[in-house]
Design a protein around this ligand. Structure first.
Ligand code: BTN
Length: 284
């Protein structure tokens, strides 16, 4: 891949609006040249009452955030950095599963949009890393805030490496990250990709209240490359679990059948533990 020409399809509000096919998502749209983090901007706007479906997209981030407190590399002019504000009120029976499944459903939606636009179907490393082979193409950071249980806002933040060439990644990412351009040798219109992502997200968010749990579980499991593998999981508190990823729990957790007792002795080999937040390594 050579460098991206500096005037290659700049990400503008007009370009995104011209491609939008959604009813709600992106109808209020903020396209920024630069922001510390689109998620932080989205959380601030949500506090100020921004409506459901508001989208914030930036050409570059100066303090992009990843899961587990990590930094998200966000160079200008090449990738997608966007956040969607969700302010939906599922029925009381669906509220908990909505909050647990938004990150996983969103990852499925992005993978399907990438497939439609670029002809590459990423797999999902639990919970929501978008992978091509062993390399990371993108990720989601979902954060919630709001004024209380009944006005719970979820911000879905997506970072997707689109037109970044191999030189755009710093040394520590070169072996582990990829972009659509690196995978296909082509450049992509970020506005078209964003419009497609928003269409896939909206389709799944709208369908969620009408579906049975089995339907969204099946969609996720079809793309999840963690299932059926030997994994190492670093969970909060620094404990490491080793075992076999055998399923997804009803709350979106990863069910691991331990092949070794935990180092701190809290669980024995053979036991199934449900992990809700962890850094997962595929062992083989
Ligand atoms: C991950 O660790 O895999 C999640 C990365 C999420 C990055 C995106 S970029 C847009 C949004 N704003 C942020 O600061 N983070 C998310």
């Amino acid at each position: 891949m050579t460098g991206v020409p500096s005037d290659f399809q700049p990400l503008t509000a007009e370009a995104v609006r011209a491609r939008l096919v959604t009813k709600t998502l992106g109808r209020t749209l903020h396209v920024l040249e630069e922001t510390p983090s689109t998620n932080t901007t989205a959380l601030t706007l949500a506090q100020q009452g921004a409506e459901d479906g508001t989208v914030i997209v930036a050409d570059r981030q100066t303090a992009g955030r990843g899961r587990l407190g990590r930094h998200w590399h966000s160079p200008p002019g090449v990738n997608l950095y966007c956040s969607v504000i969700l302010r939906r009120r599922p029925t009381p029976e669906r509220r908990m599963s909505w909050l647990s499944w938004v990150p996983l459903l969103s990852a499925v939606a992005v993978a399907r949009a990438v497939q439609a636009e670029a002809g590459v179907l990423p797999t999902l490393k639990w919970p929501n890393d978008l992978m091509v082979g062993q390399r990371k193409l993108g990720g989601l950071l979902c954060e919630s805030g709001g004024l209380g249980e009944l006005d719970r806002v979820v911000v879905v933040g997506l970072g997707l490496n689109v037109n970044a060439g191999p030189d755009a990644f710093p040394g520590e990412l070169r072996e582990v990250a990829t972009s659509l351009a690196c995978e296909t040798g082509r450049l992509f219109d970020r506005a078209a990709l964003l419009a497609s992502v928003l269409a896939e997200l909206e389709h799944r968010y709208d369908a969620f209240p009408l579906q049975e749990a089995g339907e969204w579980m099946h969609e996720y499991a079809t793309l999840c490359s963690t299932l059926g593998r030997s994994v190492r999981a670093e969970v909060a508190g620094g404990e490491t679990l080793e075992g076999w990823a055998e399923g997804i729990g009803s709350d979106g957790s990863l069910r691991i059948r331990l092949t070794r007792p935990t180092a701190l002795g809290s669980a024995q080999a053979g036991l199934v533990v449900e992990v809700r937040a962890a850094d997962i390594m595929h062992v083989r």
